[in-house]
Design a protein around this ligand. Structure first.
Ligand code: FAD
Ligand code: NAP
Length: 558
């Protein structure tokens, strides 16, 4: 780093990532008059909606909720076409935002941040970049990269904002032999832009999380034969996606101010009516009716908030879980396949719930086979396909729907060093430690958007992103107004927050599942609850109280 530092460009703030979080951070910090630079590893803006182009990729929060609220003009102007927006539509929306707010001129695409070191004497971050996706092709194309040198240099900034995404570091299947496979292999989170034609091909999908569940029905329609390799079955409910008619859209737009306020104060970042009864206090027929309503609604969280204790009491949860298992038995013709598809090892909602379009019915097709990896685990990937303990299956294509090193993966892939050169990897070796999910002690002026210890992935993420970005921008404005050069979480405040996140998590059923919420999907990752389970509204209040008390729990230095 030392050689490059002499020629460093200086910014007030560097933002890492140009997804929904990075773009809004740029917009807010610019409005404060800051000189901001955004680095994005991808060759385009959009983050999640740039990378995840697999068949069927779409949002499972309604478009009119999963959208920025910061600009009344934007929310009134933009016309959504479907209840649940597809990946192309979301990417178009995000690109429109980048243009509408003239964001691109401060974004350097195809540029990965490889390292960041806090220079204590200067109270500034030294940030080293390297070429990212398609750097050479992006350079000089007018899309925001000045020159190829931009992709490999060191710059300095007073503030460093990590908008690197909770679900941006993809994870593979951790089996031997992938590199020997002679067919084509694609991860859902790194899907080719030109698409993949599966016509006439024998395709394997590994993974049955949301990405697998969305893509499997569509791949099945194309492929000559589809084999799904499932380790853990998931609970899924029908999305019931529909086109958004102009009248509904007009009405909803008229109600936006109140609707957005309710979302900000809600538990999941979506305004919903709160339950008053325990699932165990009502008669089975009443419960059945209520769960059937959820099944028909096509809503991600409705069944979880049908009763007060679905996410807190295993017996209550079992009633909802059994309802969904009953639906699987109704839909899937072969009882053995239905049984293999029925989750029994985790309570419903403790792994990220899924919404689907024809997922379970796909297994009634003659050209679709389910391989239960619990019975016959993968031994290796061979040149011709996949060998399980029961034998070799031959494929032309393998689709890895194997997920992400969530919440910490993208942050820890950067060599971040704070005070006294201490690395973030070392500090978080036993699990992430943050104050409010925004700061981490010993790393002054480093802000994390929707970091571990914040509600983030347990919410409509756009609501959480806006809340974090606004809090961070207000904090930066405060520091400048009061003449402080830096802000750093205290170890005491951080310890108390980490404890609080654990305590609240332990009140729920989340820790009982081997989920990515718990870090359990990545071998060797510490098992801790990553998101804060206290809810978006409560969390916002806590953050606001900290700010109102002149950033209580942080040390401010001149
Ligand atoms: P991202 O969109 O992940 O953007 C982060 C960006 O940072 C990426 O472009 C990445 O390339 C870049 N980056 C990372 N590290 C570096 C580095 N070192 N240097 C330079 N750039 C870097 N959330 C919901 O609320 N509802 C949904 O329905 C929903 N659906 C989803 C569907 C899929 C397939 C996935 C994967 C996630 C989904 N999410 C959903 C979560 C989604 O990630 C968030 O809603 C949101 O898009 C996150 O925005 P972000 O800007 O924080 O992160
Ligand atoms: P995921 O939920 O982590 O699912 C990964 C799947 O791959 C799981 O079934 C997992 O099994 C399996 N798997 C992982 N490693 C494996 C291995 N070594 N061998 C065999 N199987 C393996 O990942 P995802 O589906 O990409 O979704 C991640 C998150 O992104 C979601 O939870 C959601 O937040 C978001 N998302 C949302 C949508 C949407 O509908 N809006 C769509 C896609 C993604 P185990 O369960 O046994 O680990």
């Amino acid at each position: 780093m030392a050689r490059d530092e002499t020629a460093a460009a200086h910014f007030d703030a560097v933002v890492v990532g140009a997804g929904l979080a990075g773009l809004y951070t740029l917009h807010r910090l610019r409005r404060l008059g800051l000189r901001v630079r955004v680095y994005e590893a991808a060759a385009g803006v959009g983050g999640t909606w740039y990378w995840n182009r697999y068949p069927g990729a779409r949002c499972d929060i309604e478009s009119m909720e999963y959208s920025y609220s910061f600009s009344p003009e934007l929310e009134q102007e933009w016309v959504w076409t479907e209840k649940y927006p597809s990946q192309p539509e979301l990417l178009r929306y995000i690109e429109h935002v980048a243009d509408r707010f003239d964001l691109r001129r401060d974004i350097r695409l195809g540029t990965r941040v490889a390292a960041a070191r806090f220079d204590e004497a200067a109270s500034r971050w030294m940030i080293r970049t390297e070429p990212g996706e398609g750097a050479a092709q992006v350079a000089g194309d007018g899309l925001g990269t000045d020159s190829e040198e931009d992709a490999g240099q060191t710059v300095s900034a007073q503030f460093l904002v990590m908008a690197t995404g909770c679900l941006s570091a993809v994870k593979g299947p951790e089996v031997e032999g992938l590199e020997r496979f002679e067919g084509d292999c694609h991860h859902t989170g790194r899907w080719p832009h030109e698409g993949v034609d599966f016509t006439g091909r024998r395709v394997a999908v590994i993974g049955t999380g949301s990405s697998g569940i969305q893509s499997i029905p569509i791949i099945a329609e194309q492929a000559a034969h589809l084999t799904v390799l499932q380790r853990t079955p998931n609970f899924s409910m029908p999305a019931r996606n529909v086109p958004l008619d102009p009248e509904t859209q007009r009405t909803r737009k008229a109600e936006y101010p109140e609707h957005r306020r309710l979302a900000r104060e809600s538990v999941f970042g979506i305004p919903v009516d709160f339950p008053v009864k325990s699932a165990l206090d009502v008669r089975p027929e009443e419960r059945e009716r209520r769960y059937q309503e959820s099944w028909e609604k096509g809503n991600l969280v409705d069944i979880l908030i049908s009763y007060t204790d679905i996410l807190f009491d295993r017996r209550a949860n079992d009633t909802a879980a059994e309802f969904i298992r009953g639906k699987i038995r109704e839909i899937v013709a072969d009882p053995d396949v239905a049984s293999a598809l029925s989750p029994t090892d985790h309570p419903v909602g403790t792994k990220r719930p899924c919404l689907d379009s024809g997922y379970y019915a796909t297994y009634n097709r003659d050209d679709v086979t389910l391989v239960d990896l619990r019975r016959s685990p993968i031994v290796e990937i061979t040149p011709k396909g996949i060998r399980t303990t029961e034998g070799e299956h031959e494929f032309d294509d393998i689709v890895l729907a194997t997920g992400f090193d969530a919440m910490t993966g993208a942050l820890l892939s950067i060599d971040i060093r704070g005070k006294s050169g201490r690395s973030l990897r070392e500090k978080w070796a036993e699990g992430p430690r943050t104050y409010l999910g925004i700061g981490t002690a010993g790393f002054p002026n480093l802000f994390i958007v929707t970091g571990p210890g914040s509600p983030s992935v347990l919410s409509n993420m756009v609501v959480s992103i806006e809340q974090h970005v606004e809090w961070i921008a207000d904090c930066v404005a405060f520091l400048r107004r009061r003449g402080f050069a830096s802000i750093d979480a205290t170890v005491e405040a951080e310890d108390a927050w980490v404890e609080h996140v654990k305590e609240v998590g332990d009140l729920t059923l989340y820790p009982t599942a081997d989920s990515w919420f718990m870090g359990a999907n990545v071998p060797g990752k510490p098992r801790v609850i990553l998101p804060y389970c206290g809810g978006v509204g409560v969390y916002r209040q806590k953050c606001d109280e900290v700010a109102a008390k002149d950033y209580e729990g942080f040390t401010l230095s001149s």
